[in-house]
Design a protein around this ligand. Structure first.
Ligand code: FES
Ligand SMILES: [Fe+2]
Length: 396
């Protein structure tokens, strides 16, 4: 067993012990108090614009996993923030990100969603770039009097860490990924996503504010009522652990029936089947083993606003240590369908049918978050903190 796997085993064992303590006591992790949030935070257009800038352009975002750019020459588009970006792995295996805007007169250089290419040619006038963003070919170059070596695709900060690829959707910006991840980086390292393999990908859409949809991932309170026929029989609804890593956190939503392990030897506990749900601030869920019985797969859910009341989630499933067999693949595909059923037909239907009514509430209306909705509480207070920091830095 690798030291990362050994470390993760210790983490899972500690979590399992805590879950059993809660089972014995009939308790759960809780916030110190209830919290109120303004209903307007879900529909205020000014707040929305500040979120788009502060959270989606000035905060590092998870774009994909290392296995999504497996070889030198692999590329993918990343356009979810509204900034057209292409990410590539170049010959030196470094991951780079570029604004997908031609340095000649603004043509869209890369048009395929993903693929393999060491060079990209803009179809407008045929300028060609290598995958470090450098111009390597210009038709009729003699008609350009300046030095074309100075022209290149604009670069955005991109970094690869622990099998994950992050980008700052801001050309010429500066990304401090280590500060952003903090101790969460150690947890991601322990999970060892570097061996994973992509299985499938889909987009789920909702006519709702992105935070209204994000909230559904951050508590298990709604399982019995909303997911009565999908997840309610599988997971405990009011027993969870929450561990904070700065604005990021790990939820442990255990499966039902774990109380039978109370008093049993620790070496027999099914710790690998304990589902771990990570929230990576501001917009990403990484759900490890939440629907597979053996913890061999995980999903990423990355939520993006396209307007104050429109959003989608890019959802991808991966095999944690690769797809082992055709049966393993079909089991994962079946699990993906379950996630899709719950998210698209239940969570996103509720958020979509409700969001439009929020602006009818009296001015100043507030919603209340219970102590067991600590994940939602923390999400909203961290967003408020991030937006306030922006305000305090504004010299005007
Ligand atoms: S705009 Fe790309 S080659 Fe002219
Ligand atoms: Fe849900």
């Amino acid at each position: 067993m690798t030291s990362k796997a050994q470390d993760m085993r210790e983490v899972r064992l500690g979590l399992f012990r805590k879950v059993l303590e809660h089972c014995k006591a009939g308790s759960t992790d809780l916030a110190p108090d209830v919290m109120r949030i303004p209903a307007a935070s879900y529909f205020d257009p000014d707040q929305h614009e500040r979120e788009r800038q502060r959270l989606f352009r000035e905060t590092p975002l998870l774009v994909c996993l290392s296995c999504d750019l497996p070889e030198p020459g692999s590329f993918r588009l990343f356009e979810d923030t509204g900034v057209p970006i292409v990410i590539t792995r170049s010959k030196d295996r470094e991951v780079r990100a570029f604004l997908n805007v031609c340095a000649h007169r603004g043509g869209r250089v890369v048009r395929e969603e993903s693929g393999e290419a060491s060079r990209f040619t803009c179809r407008y006038h045929g300028w060609t770039y290598d995958n470090t963003g450098k111009v390597v070919g210009v038709p009729s170059q003699e008609f350009f009097c300046d030095k074309l070596e100075d022209r290149r695709l604009n670069e955005c900060p991109a970094e690869e860490r622990h099998g994950l690829i992050f980008v700052l959707a801001q050309p010429g910006g500066t990304m401090d990924l280590d500060t952003h991840l903090g101790d969460f980086g150690k947890e991601m390292e322990r999970l060892d996503f570097g061996q994973s393999e992509p299985v499938m990908e889909q987009k789920f859409q909702s006519s709702s504010n992105w935070k209204f949809a994000m909230d559904t991932y951050l508590e298990s309170y709604h399982l019995p009522s909303l997911h009565g026929s999908t997840f309610a029989d599988v997971f405990e609804s009011n027993l969870f652990l929450l561990d904070m890593f700065g604005p990021h956190y790990r939820f442990t939503f255990p499966h039902k029936g774990l109380e039978k392990w109370i008093g049993q030897p620790e070496e027999d506990w099914p710790i690998d089947a304990l589902p771990l749900t990570y929230f990576l601030f501001p917009n990403t869920i990484i759900a490890v083993g939440s629907v597979s019985a053996n913890g061999s797969s995980f999903t990423t859910h990355r939520l993006f606003p396209t307007g104050v009341g429109e959003m989608y989630a890019n959802v991808r499933m991966y095999a944690l240590t690769g797809v082992k067999s055709p049966e393993h693949r079909s089991e994962m595909e079946g699990n993906f369908e379950k996630i899709k059923g719950a998210a698209q037909n239940e969570d996103y239907v509720v958020t979509g049918e409700s969001w439009g009514s929020l602006s009818e509430l009296p001015e100043g209306a507030e919603f209340v978050l219970g102590r067991h909705e600590i994940g939602v509480q923390t999400f909203h207070s961290n967003i408020a903190g991030a937006l306030e920091r922006e305000v305090s830095l504004d010299p005007t």
